[in-house]
Write a new protein. Structure first.
Length: 363
């Protein structure tokens, strides 16, 4: 997003003249350099400031929390990229954000409110995710801050139904109300999303799981291609052959006090080799059943060799065949939310040993 030194301050300060800014209590502002003045204005006005995490890798938002009695200079630091790192706390899907105003950066924008970003789609995806989690309404205003030379004519055919439009354009010399009638994204368009995006944006997987549980169609672009390929005669014959020749896995389960253990058949050599790596899952709400966790693990492609369920302690342990597989599972499950609670997922350490001792004592 281009940064312009001359006029950037004037453009950012002009947001204070807008009623939509003065009425807003919670504002989402992109972390781009040209929007630094807007972030400062929001902090000075004592508004709740939410900033998207870089490339959405670790979640959706960070909430900027200045220290008590922060001076003007400290607030200026809080508005910078360095301040976002030092003075912020993450806001998960269960954070119940209610955004009153959205401020985005742009590469170019038209007076009709049609916007072009860097081409990676993060601003569009952020807005769609906010719709999905109920953080914005259909009439939540969107503002962009640009230099006058960035206001250009844009052909409407360049826009897709996933592209975010803007309601106000602030430049060093003008405040433009676009009166844009083109609808904003109504949520995540899963058919334009693929597995690669899910891996890059872990929180996207949690939103997809939520929407699937709510009965929505969350078919991905890749899955359409897979389905088309799977329906060819050759693929159908291959599937039938595989079904007929696949060995049946032995599945055993046991109820041990408050502990539930389920395991697929493990190679005796593997189980005793020390290669097995365990993942700890904590902060599991009391209302969650083991079947819900198992369903989520399958959905997130993180099915373990064995699941050790300890619902009374709000935790579970997942055994994987090696460290690389376990680390991949941790990455896949990052940001997973069940019943409104974001789970704690990490490689197990002494917690695993503690859990195993408890199981042995129950036997």
């Amino acid at each position: 997003i281009p940064f312009f030194t001359q006029g950037s301050h004037q453009a950012s300060c002009s947001i204070k003249q807008l009623d939509v800014f003065n009425r807003a209590r919670e504002i989402k502002v992109d972390p781009d350099k040209p929007l630094e003045g807007v972030r400062l204005a929001a902090l000075q006005a004592r508004k709740t400031l939410l900033v998207p995490t870089p490339r959405l890798r670790t979640g959706l938002f960070n909430k900027i929390v200045p220290p008590s009695g922060a001076t003007k200079e400290i607030l200026r630091i809080c508005a910078t990229s360095q301040g976002i790192k030092e003075y912020s706390v993450p806001v998960g899907l269960d954070g119940k954000a209610r955004v009153d105003l959205v401020v985005v950066g742009s590469v170019a924008v038209s007076e009709k409110g049609w916007r072009i970003g860097k081409g990676e789609g993060y601003a569009d995806m952020e807005y769609a995710m906010m719709v999905s989690m109920g953080a914005v309404e259909a009439d939540t205003p969107v503002i962009t801050i640009v230099h006058d030379c960035q206001v250009v004519d844009i052909a409407e055919e360049l826009l897709g139904d996933h592209d975010l439009t803007v309601d106000y354009i602030l430049t060093p010399t003008r405040t433009i109300k676009t009166n844009c009638k083109r609808p904003k994204p109504q949520g995540i368009i899963w058919l334009k999303t693929n597995y690669e995006m899910l891996e890059k944006i872990p929180i996207l997987k949690s939103l997809r799981y939520r929407e699937k549980q709510a009965g929505k169609d969350v078919t991905l672009q890749d899955e359409c291609s897979d389905l088309a390929n799977a329906n060819t005669p050759a693929a159908l014959n291959e599937k039938a052959t595989a079904e007929n020749t696949r060995p049946q896995a032995a599945v055993g389960s046991a109820q041990i006090g408050q502990h539930y253990v389920e395991s697929d058949s493990l190679s005796p050599g593997l189980e005793g080799s020390g290669l097995i790596t365990t993942v700890y899952v904590g902060n599991i709400p009391p209302s969650v059943r083991v079947s819900e966790l198992k369903c989520a693990l399958r959905e997130f492609r993180a099915t373990p060799l064995r699941l050790n369920w300890q619902g009374a302690q709000h935790r579970a342990f997942l055994d994987y065949k090696d460290k690389a597989t376990a680390e991949s599972a941790v990455s896949s499950l990052k940001g997973l939310s069940l019943r409104g609670s974001t789970l704690r997922v990490e490689l197990a350490k002494n917690l695993r040993n503690k859990g195993q001792v408890e199981i042995n004592n129950q036997k």
